[in-house]
Ligand binder design. Structure first.
Ligand code: M6R
Length: 628
């Protein structure tokens, strides 16, 4: 899950490529590099660590050229040191690669036997060897790529350039995304839209096994046998302001604060304010082409969605990380409101457990990026099994969005912090809408209940605003919290996924030991962990499981744990039992997850900040995980 950018045009390629890589740095930040055609030869500059290290090196260099490629790396094969940084250069060829070449050992072995000398530990370098070799024996750059494609197994998106072809970039992919945009004077090709947006809003997304051939400002598309194909341009909406920090110290904090708005934007298209009804808008089942969604008549589409949902007998939620926890929240909501059985699967497990997917299943894939490799593979598996796939993505036109049968959008705005925050809130809002829609389709939800749940959802953003006030509490409490040996997050029912999410946030931001548990499970082992050095975060908002949760809290208290409890409204019992009691507004049970996750995010944020951790770019992680 690296980021790649290629440029042809009159600007200084270094400036365009670095600007683009900055917007892609969330994809990986182990090392970075550029290769710029400079007076007819590629000049390569690489640096270990973040892009800023590369920028420092580049500040003393001058370039005179019009074409180049760049890369920001998340290490898979070989440690994050300079020799493994991209671009990889062999002969006159330079390549940047995002992904994994699965048969690299075999290919590398063959190349070494044939006399090639490798300078890195990466799988990627062999692509440069293969391209260079084909050109040495007489192929041009485009045909060199056609020649090597059948040899590559795995996931890749690659940009290849060669000194003999100073006007050309050849790009190809199988798996990770690639998108290209051009205006009258320049072409930018990159892993993600944001690197292209300053130059044009009209882009073309490459599909797997397609090749892009850039020759000057001309762009042409081919299949993997070299047959020319026609591709449609997509016009994308983009607001550059959305990717500024706007005065916050970190993107993550800004994104935490954006959650009330994100929830409003997610549910907005799907709830009717006047009638307090859910009508999912432009889901597009049966429409086929994503572009045609714009032309859909909303009411006709909703009737089609209802019809599709009437036939659903089973729901699968498939996702990774925080998106998986959003899926778990969906499980509780959908089973209660629609009585349809729901199975939740971590995508990397789902795809390999030979899942039985009955044809009348709805498989919901949740992904902020829409590019997570395991979730994308699960989507494809589900479609092959004949199930209907509904994607819930934040990034429009992402691979999942393009391949799904139906589409819901988080509408959270660009999420830059590697730790996901507002995408989760948006998805929980959508899960509320989806549960109501399925409940209606299955005739399990009466009008009164629908109005009740919709009203609760509509009120959620303003309740969330009030919960953000706990920012101040955690800014102070972080000083004490940072010294705990570990954190146990507990909740029952719909609070359980939020407990898991709380623990994930603490792990990924503060690098501290944290576990999420179903509170009733504590006595089956984890209670042994509890002593004075363990912080217990108990999610106990009022609902039907409240009394049982309080009993679990008493058990933890009796073992000496330090307790922060989070509940609804004034609650003397929780106040007495806890070292700190945080009161949330009293709301419908369906909305509690949206409120309780905010203090957990703020807690991890402030503990990590106090420990001096890199909040927006935690070590070893990347925002978009496009490898298995
Ligand atoms: O883009 P996705 O939603 O598919 O990403 C899934 C996970 O990689 C992501 O949620 C990850 O767990 C976050 N770093 C959590 O904060």
């Amino acid at each position: 899950m690296c980021g790649i950018v290629g440029y042809y045009g009159p600007e200084n390629p270094v400036d365009v490529i670095i600007k683009g890589l900055k917007t892609l740095e969330y994809r990986g930040y182990d090392s970075a590099g550029v290769a710029i055609l400079n007076n007819g030869v590629f000049k390569r500059v690489r640096a270990e660590g973040k892009l800023s290290h590369l920028e420092k090196k580049l500040s003393t260099e001058t370039f005179n050229g019009h074409l180049g490629v760049g890369h920001t790396r998340w290490a898979t094969h070989g440690p994050p040191v300079e020799k493994n940084a991209h671009p990889h250069v062999v002969g006159g060829a330079s390549i940047v690669h995002n992904g994994i070449i699965e048969n690299y050992a075999e290919l590398k072995d063959q190349l070494i036997k044939a006399g090639s000398i490798f300078h890195s530990d990466t799988d990627s370098e062999l692509i440069a060897h293969l391209v260079s070799h084909e050109i040495e024996i007489g192929k041009d750059l485009f045909h060199a790529v056609i020649e090597i494609l059948p040899k590559l197994e795995g996931a890749y998106s690659v940009l290849a350039v060669h000194e003999k072809y100073p006007e050309e970039i050849v790009a190809f992919k199988s798996g990770p995304p690639l998108v290209v945009g051009k205006n009258e004077k320049e072409v930018v090709v990159a892993s993600d839209l944001q690197a292209i947006m300053p130059y044009t809003k009209n882009v073309v997304f490459l599909q797997d096994n397609e090749i892009l051939h850039v020759t000057g400002t001309k762009i042409e598309f081919f299949d993997d046998r070299g047959q020319k194909i026609n591709k449609k341009e997509t016009k994308v909406d983009w607001n550059p302001e959305l990717i500024e920090k706007q005065g916050y110290d970190h993107y993550m904090l800004k994104e935490i604060y954006e959650q009330p708005r994100a929830v409003a934007m997610a549910m907005g298209p799907h709830v009717d304010l006047a009638s307090k009804e859910v009508r999912l808008c432009k889901v597009g089942f049966g429409v086929g082409q994503l572009e045609d969604l714009e032309q859909l008549e909303a009411r006709a589409d909703w009737e089609n969605t209802l019809k599709t949902f009437e036939g659903v007998e089973r729901v699968f939620m498939v996702a990774c990380g925080t998106s998986f926890y959003a899926g778990m929240v969906g499980e509780y909501l959908i089973e209660r409101l629609s009585k349809i059985p729901v199975e939740c699967d971590i995508a990397s497990e789902f795809r390999y457990r030979h899942p039985v997917i009955p044809k009348n299943s709805l498989v919901v894939v949740v992904s902020q990026s829409g590019e997570t490799a395991d979730t994308l593979a699960a989507l494809r598996l589900a479609r092959e099994a004949g199930a209907k796939v509904l994607s819930i993505c934040n990034v429009k036109n992402s691979s999942m969005d393009r391949e799904a049968d139906g589409h819901l959008y988080m509408n959270a705005g660009v999420e830059i912090g590697v730790a996901s925050t507002k995408a989760l809130s948006s998805t929980i809002a959508l899960m509320n809408c989806l549960a109501v829609a399925l409940g209606k389709a299955k005739k399990q939800l009466n009008e009164g209940d629908e109005h009740k749940f919709v009203e609760a959802l509509l009120a959620a953003p303003s309740h969330m605003e009030s919960v953000l006030a706990y920012d101040k509490f955690f800014a102070e409490a972080a000083d004490t919290l940072k010294d705990f040996r570990g954190f146990l997050y507990m909740g029952r029912g719909i609070h359980y996924p939020i407990a898991l999410e709380g623990a994930l946030k603490m792990k990924e931001l503060a690098y501290m030991h944290a576990e999420g548990y179903a509170a009733g499970e504590m006595k089956h082992g984890p209670l042994a962990l509890i002593d004075q050095s363990m912080a217990i975060i108990m999610l106990a908002p009022s609902d039907e499981l409240y009394d049982k949760t309080v009993s679990n809290l008493e058990e933890a208290k009796a073992r000496g744990g330090k307790i922060i409890s989070i509940g609804s409204g004034k609650n003397e019992k929780l106040e007495v039992l806890s070292d700190h009691y945080l009161a949330l507004p009293e709301v419908e049970w369906t909305i509690n997850p949206l409120l309780e996750l905010i203090p957990l995010q703020l807690m991890s944020y402030h503990v990590a900040d106090r420990l001096g951790k890199d909040i927006d770019q935690p070590r070893n992680l990347a925002k978009s995980v496009t490898v298995e």
